[in-house]
Write a protein that binds this ligand. Structure first.
Ligand SMILES: NC(=O)c1ccc[n+]([C@@H]2O[C@H](COP(=O)([O-])OP(=O)(O)OC[C@H]3O[C@@H](n4cnc5c(N)ncnc54)[C@H](OP(=O)(O)O)[C@@H]3O)[C@@H](O)[C@H]2O)c1
Length: 256
C-alpha cells in the first residue's frame, strides 16, 4: 500500500516537474494559436529563426524586412510547414516614417499584434571620426528610432487589451564600449535601457517587455558590419530557441 502511494506521489511530482518546472517541457506546451507576432528583420538570421519558432508554436507571423524575395520565400515555407498565416511587409526601417507606416498597414489589414519582436539591427566597423555621417544616422534610425516608435505604437494597443509582449533584440555589445565599432554598442545600450524603463512603466498592465542580449551569432550580421565571424559564435537557431525557452521558464513578469 505504502509503495503504491509512493509510486503515485512520484508520478504526480514527476508530471509537475515536467510540465511546470522544466522549461523545455513548458516550451513544448507553449501555444500561440490565434495570436500574431510581428518580427522585424525576419528575412534572415535570428529573426528568421524566431519566425520558425513562433510558427511551430502556432503563431501567425507578420514578417518585416527590406528583401521582398526572402520574405516571400519565408512566407511559403512557413505556410506550407505549419497551419499559420504569414503577412509580409517590405520596409526599410532606417526611414523615419517606417514604424508608423507598418502600424498603419497592420491596422488596415485588421491584424492584432499580440507580440512584437524588434529584431532588425545592424552595425558598421568604423571610428566615429571616420564613419560616414549618413551611415551612422541610418544605423541610429534602425537600431533606436524604429525600435522606440514600433514599441510606442503597438504597446498602447497591448495595454488597452491588458495583454501583450515585446522582445527587443539588443546585444552583449550593450555592455562593452567597443572602439572602432562605435555607434552600434551605444544603440544597443539604448535598447536595453529603453526595455528596462518600459518594464517599470508596464508593471501590472498585463504587458511585458524583454531585452535579449545575444553574444556572437552565425548570421550575415558580422559580414555586413565589416567584422570577422567569432569562433565562439552560436547558431541563430540556438539563440532563437533559447529566447522562447526563457519565456516559458520565467512566465510573464520578468525582463532580462
Ligand atoms: N549576429 C550577431 O553576432 C549578433 C549578436 C548580438 C546581437 N545581434 C542582433 O541581432 C539582431 C538580428 O541580427 P542578425 O545577426 O540576425 O543579423 P542579419 O543576419 O544581418 O539579419 C538582420 C535582419 O535585419 C533586417 N534588416 C537590416 N537592416 C534593415 C533595415 N534597414 N530595414 C529593415 N530590415 C532590416 C535584414 O533584412 P533585409 O536585409 O531583408 O532588410 C535581416 O532580416 C540585430 O539587432 C543584431 O544587432 C546580432
Amino acid at each position: 500500500m505504502n509503495k503504491k502511494v509512493l509510486l503515485l506521489a512520484s508520478i504526480v511530482a514527476g508530471g509537475y516537474y515536467i510540465t511546470k518546472r522544466n522549461p523545455k517541457a513548458r516550451l513544448d506546451q507553449y501555444n500561440g494559436s490565434g495570436q500574431t507576432v510581428l518580427i522585424t528583420g525576419a528575412s534572415g538570421g535570428i529573426g528568421q529563426e524566431m519566425a520558425f519558432v513562433f510558427a511551430r508554436h502556432h503563431f501567425n507571423v507578420v514578417a518585416v524586412a527590406r528583401n521582398e524575395a526572402k520574405l516571400n520565400a519565408l512566407k511559403d515555407e512557413l505556410e506550407n510547414s505549419y497551419d499559420v498565416e504569414v503577412t509580409t511587409i517590405v520596409k526599410d526601417l532606417s526611414n523615419e516614417s517606417a514604424a508608423k507606416e507598418i502600424y498603419d498597414e497592420v491596422k488596415e489589414k485588421g491584424i492584432v499584434i499580440d507580440q512584437l519582436v524588434n529584431n532588425a539591427g545592424a552595425g558598421k566597423q568604423s571610428t566615429v571620426a571616420d564613419a560616414n555621417p549618413e551611415t551612422m544616422l541610418s544605423l541610429i534610425h534602425l537600431n533606436v528610432s524604429a525600435v522606440t516608435l514600433l514599441s510606442h505604437y503597438f504597446v498602447k494597443d497591448m495595454v488597452e487589451r491588458g495583454s501583450g509582449r515585446i522582445l527587443n533584440v539588443s546585444s552583449m555589445g550593450a555592455f562593452i564600449p567597443d572602439p572602432y565599432f562605435n555607434v552600434y554598442g551605444p544603440t544597443k545600450a539604448y535598447e536595453m535601457y529603453l526595455t528596462q524603463g518600459m518594464y517599470g512603466e508596464l508593471k501590472d498592465t498585463g504587458v511585458t517587455v524583454t531585452a535579449l542580449c545575444p553574444g556572437p551569432t552565425k548570421t550575415n550580421w558580422a559580414t555586413n558590419a565589416g567584422k570577422a565571424d567569432s569562433k565562439m559564435a552560436k547558431s541563430a537557431e540556438q539563440v532563437a530557441q533559447g529566447r522562447l525557452l526563457r519565456y516559458a521558464e520565467w512566465g510573464s513578469d520578468r525582463y532580462s
